[in-house]
Design a protein around this ligand. Structure first.
Ligand code: FAD
Ligand code: HEM
Length: 373
């Protein structure tokens, strides 16, 4: 397989922007109408989750070994869309037809064969993982909302009780959907470590014009049912073989998965010291600080420091959260979570200050795009 040819051709196709998913979905739904029901009712504001990921993943087939765990996760998670093995050829056809359309003369039999083989390989990893998962877990879980608290105008903390035990690790996320916004799935991070009563906490912030976040903060109520996909993500999970102290740096609702790590340290025994720096623009946006301060008084190994960047009257730590956190840097493992912008700036600052790359773990928990493997 000529991996470079796959990458180059995908790069060329991707230049046609929105035309690519438009062609892909028209082909898919025309040739395989049975797949239409899996996708959102309105595809007008389609954020192209599937097509760009499909091209990226398949064209990186030469690095498949590194990506296998993520592709398996994706396969398990696809059970939430009611995808079964029989649907994979349909998506493969639509992908190849799309490539052929946009590549014109450059679509040679050799290239077509390479794309077909690469797609089949990735599809097999996903299908095998989904099959294995179906022996032990449902395609999605259901969680009844038992708590819904608006902590600021635009942030809600939601607690739901799941119908079956849910095997996630602190630092992971899952995608959620609910009746008010049918067939729209969005990722949210768990803000807690697994509990015996199967409850989970989510911290949701409204994104301007956001379809799902607005409904979760302002629309849903106690008693509503959330559908929960399989847990995903390993960038923010703790390595049990590396019991180093932790330096946690959060921006906005990026504190959710980091709070879950604090709970994990509490359950597993305080072998680590944890410094938790929570950044916000104004003190009003420090929405969960009361709960974190309570944890700090319970656990002598935990220190919580709120940091505010845009409020000259604030009496506590002021400035960029990365700068303040760096003062507490003593060789710990560092975990960063927040908006894409916050994470980018923080990681750059840490690297400049000499924190080794391999000790920096980060994820953009508040950006819904470009996150998939
Ligand atoms: C792994 C992962 C974990 C996540 N965890 C959380 C979490 O714990 N809490 C949380 O609140 N969110 C989290 N998110 C973001 C969440 O998945 C949604 O993207 C977010 O709630 C917006 O969805 P929406 O349907 O309301 O917006 P959409 O209707 O999809 O988008 C509306 C508009 O806003 C833009 N947009 C989408 N997201 C953002 C953003 N974050 N900032 C600026 N513009 C945006 C879109 O491009 C579009 O123009 C996470 C995302 C990922 C990938
Ligand atoms: C190699 C094969 C495939 C890859 C790499 C792939 C990858 C992805 C990725 C990364 C996403 C976004 C993540 C998410 O929203 O959870 C996605 C979404 C989706 N995929 Fe797949 N997928 C594949 C095959 C399929 C098949 C066979 C179907 C069924 C017809 C399917 C149906 C969907 C649906 C319904 C969505 C949600 C789209 C949306 O919300 O807009 N996928 N896929």
């Amino acid at each position: 397989m000529d991996a470079q040819a796959l990458k180059d051709s995908w790069h060329l196709v991707a230049r046609s922007g929105d035309q690519v998913p438009l062609f892909f979905y028209s082909t898919l739904f025309l040739m395989h109408p049975e797949t239409r029901d899996m996708f959102p009712v309105s595809m007008a504001a389609q954020r192209d989750r599937l097509v760009s990921a499909l091209g990226r993943i398949v064209s990186n087939v030469d690095r498949v070994d590194e990506a296998v765990p993520l592709i398996q996760q994706l396969g398990r998670d696809h059970r939430k869309f009611a995808v079964v093995a029989g649907h994979y050829p349909a998506v493969g056809h639509a992908l190849l037809a799309t490539l052929q359309h946009f590549l014109g003369d450059r679509w040679t039999p050799a290239l077509a064969n390479d794309w077909k083989q690469a797609y089949e390989l990735i599809a097999k990893v996903m299908i095998d993982a989904a099959d294995a998962a179906s022996a032990t877990s449902p395609p999605w879980w259901e969680g009844e909302i038992i708590g819904h608290e608006r902590l600021t105008l635009d942030i809600a903390v939601i607690r739901a009780r799941l119908n079956y035990p849910y095997p996630f690790r602190p630092g992971q996320s899952a995608s959620f959907s609910f009746a008010l916004r049918p067939r729209l799935w969005r990722f949210y991070s768990f803000a807690n470590a697994p509990r015996r009563d199967n409850t989970i906490d989510l911290h949701v912030r409204v994104v301007d014009g956001g379809t799902v976040s607005t409904a979760l903060v302002h629309g849903v109520q106690r008693g509503d049912i959330l559908r929960v996909g399989a847990p995903v993500g390993d960038r923010l999970t703790l390595n049990p073989n590396l019991p180093r102290d932790l330096l946690l740096i959060a921006g906005g609702t990026g504190l959710a998965p980091l709070k879950a790590l604090v709970e994990q340290v509490a359950y597993e025994g305080p072998t680590r010291r944890v410094h938790f720096f929570v950044g916000a623009r104004t003190s009003r946006e420090l929405y969960d600080i009361e709960a974190l301060t309570k944890l700090e008084t319970e656990y002598p190994w935990l220190s919580v420091v709120p940091v505010v960047s845009h409020d000259v009257l604030y009496r506590g730590e002021r400035g960029q959260v990365a700068d303040v956190a760096l003062r507490a840097w003593r060789g710990q493992e560092v975990f960063v979570c927040g908006s894409g912008e916050m994470v980018g700036a923080t990681v750059t600052r840490l690297v400049e200050a000499g924190v080794p790359n391999e000790q920096i773990h980060f994820d953009e928990s508040t950006t819904g795009e470009g996150k998939e493997p």
